[in-house]
Every structure is written in C-alpha cells, then in structure tokens.
Write a protein that binds this ligand. Structure first.
Ligand code: AMP
Ligand code: MG
Length: 325
C-alpha cells in the first residue's frame, strides 16, 4: 500500500532544545570530598534552517520485485542533509513526532510494531537501535524492546527455527527492534551450508506464513535491510579492530564472513525478492552514511505509525464520572 505519507518533509525550528552535540564540553571533577562541575554560560547563535525530503517508496521492495543488491546504491539518497549536525537536529524533530504516535500506541495497548533489522556485519544494526529506537524509551523504561539473535543455543536448536523468534515478539503497545532475526535461518544457514537446500528454501514460505499470522494478530512487521558497501565495511571493521572502545565488537568471524561477501549479497537478494509483502514489507536502506540511515529508518517508523493510526482509548463512562474528593 502506498500510504498518504510516502513523502516525508521535516523542517526544524530553532526553538527546539539544544542537542547534546552543542552542549558545553566541561567534565565533572572527582575530588576526595565529592564532585565538582561547572558549565560555561552559552549564548547560542541562531541556527540556520535545515530541511529534508525523503521519498520512502524508492527503498520499499514491492512484492515479487526482482532484487539484485549489487545494483542498488549504498550511498545516501538525495534530499537528506550532508552535515552531521543538521541531521541530528532533523532526527530530534522526527523523534518528537514519532513519540506522539508512540504514546497513543502504548495507551491503546492492542497492537505492536516490530522492525526486523538484517545486514552484513558492521552494517549498523546496533547503531540503529541506539540512535533511532533507544531514544524513544518511555520514562518508565517501557515502550521499546530489543532482541538480538546469535548462533542458536542447544535449547534453541532443539526447537523449530521460529520458536525463539516467537518468544521475543514485542508486547502490545510496544515498538520492538530485532538485531538479526528469522532471516538468519535462511541466509546464514544457506551461505555457511548449515543445512541442505530443501530445509532453508522451504523457509521463504514459512516466514511469510508466520509474518502473515503475526500481522493478523496485531504485530505490524517491517523488515529493514541495512545495505552497506564492501569498502565501507572494511573501514568499519578496521575501526573496530583499532579503536579500544570498539574492540569488544570485533571478531574473526566478521572477517571470515566478509570473504563470502558475494554469496551473502546473493542470498539476501533472494530473500528480498521472495519475502516482501504488503503486510510485512522489506526496505533496502542505504547504510554507508549513518546519519542518513537514521533519518530514513525514523521516517519509515513514522510512516508506519501514522498508517496504523493508534488512538487513545476512551475512558469508560463510570470512570469518567468518578468523583474525586
Ligand atoms: P553478532 O550480531 O555480531 O553478535 O553475531 C551474531 C552471529 O550469529 C552472526 O554471525 C549470525 O550470522 C549468527 N547467527 C544468528 N542466527 C543464526 C542462526 N539461526 N544460524 C546460524 N547463525 C546464526
Ligand atoms: Mg558482528
């Protein structure tokens, strides 16, 4: 379905709060007696207008469309700013609008949203959660859920492949984000040759049936393929290897899988071609630029919520008439 909101435009006004990026950089000083911190006064200059216009239909995989990832750009599209500061201001404004709809979804407490994020190692699945989804966490630490999927444990492998997925579906009212998901059981199993073809190829239809049933039961699923280029992955893996606070994310498996880059691109192309539906669409998001990626995914989330049109529940009459002494 092409929603009324397939084009998104956002203008940021200088009345929005200062983003953390512009806050003063002073640090707390720890003394034997306690902690001291002082921040200089700030007198911000007016910020210039910044705008974006993103056509989301260009990223959506139409059901049955033949996808060849090697022909799809990983570079940021037209219409998004190139400066990080401008993108952050726009994302902040997007988050405000998304939060309004998210509060309705949470209050309505009937349906949920699930973004299934797949992509090569270092394609930005973790960063997407941190930048796009985590800031939407409600004050009560509700509203947002995340699950990630690793090589199946003994217990998981003793069940069918959808068992662990079912256990992580977001609660009613919540927005969930999967860092990898049931598509590992097609792509990884195929490329790493973990099961015969008849096993993984039967899963195209099995995931479609599963997603249809979950959709009918109230979970709106959107699938995101974070599309990075091979050169960009090399830079990110090198950065992980060489930066102390990123080294915990670096492992030899990432480098080994990179050697099968072409097989992964082909396996993902087949998944995108065969499992995008109107109800649970795939979007191929160009992910070489992290800020553009964030703005595109936030835009898809906003469009998804807008189309769901969640409503605050009506207070029952007896409660509405309740006298408070
Ligand atoms: P990471 O996301 O970097 O923590 O890595 C998780 C690893 O688990 C990746 O190499 C995935 O391909 C792998 N993985 C996740 N699910 C499966 C699965 N069902 N079968 C095989 N490998 C999997
Ligand atoms: Mg990894």
């Amino acid at each position: 379905m092409i929603g009324a909101l397939s084009q998104l435009s956002v203008n940021w006004s200088p009345t929005a709060p200062l983003s953390a990026a512009r806050a003063p950089k002073s640090e707390p000083k720890i003394t034997p007696d306690g902690v001291e911190l002082s921040l200089p006064a700030i007198d911000p200059e007016p910020l210039p207008q910044v705008s974006m216009k993103i056509d989301l239909e260009q990223f959506r995989v139409k059901p049955g469309e033949d996808i060849d990832l090697t022909r799809i750009s990983t570079a940021p599209p037209e219409g998004v700013p190139t400066s990080k500061a401008d993108s952050e201001r726009l994302l902040e404004a997007m988050h405000k609008k998304i939060s309004e709809l998210q509060r309705r979804l949470f209050s309505e407490n009937q349906r949920s949203v699930l973004f299934v994020c797949q992509g090569m190692d270092a394609s930005g699945k973790g960063g997407t959660f941190k930048d796009v989804f985590a800031p939407l966490m409600l004050k009560t630490e509700e509203g947002i859920e995340r699950a990630s999927f690793n090589v199946p444990t003994k217990l998981e492998a003793d069940h069918d492949f959808l068992w662990r997925i079912t256990g992580e579906m977001p609660r009613k009212g919540n927005i969930g984000m999967f860092d990898r998901g049931h598509y590992e059981d097609i792509v990884e199993v195929r490329v790493a040759n973990l099961a015969p073809e008849e096993v993984w190829s039967a899963r195209y239809d099995q995931v479609k049936d599963f997603e249809k049933q979950r959709g009918d039961l109230g979970t709106k699923m959107v699938k995101i393929f974070l599309h990075i280029g091979k050169d960009e992955q090399k830079l990110r893996l090198e950065e992980r290897r060489d930066t102390p606070h990123k080294q915990y994310k670096f492992n030899a498996g990432d480098v080994a899988r990179r050697e099968q880059w072409d097989e992964y691109q082909e396996a993902y192309s087949d998944v995108l071609t065969r499992t995008s539906t109107e109800q649970a669409p795939w979007y191929v998001v160009p992910a070489d630029d992290k800020e553009a990626r964030n703005l595109i995914i936030a835009s898809i989330l906003l469009k998804t919520l807008q189309e769901m049109d969640p409503q605050y529940p009506k207070l029952p009459d007896d409660l509405a008439r309740l006298q408070i002494q």
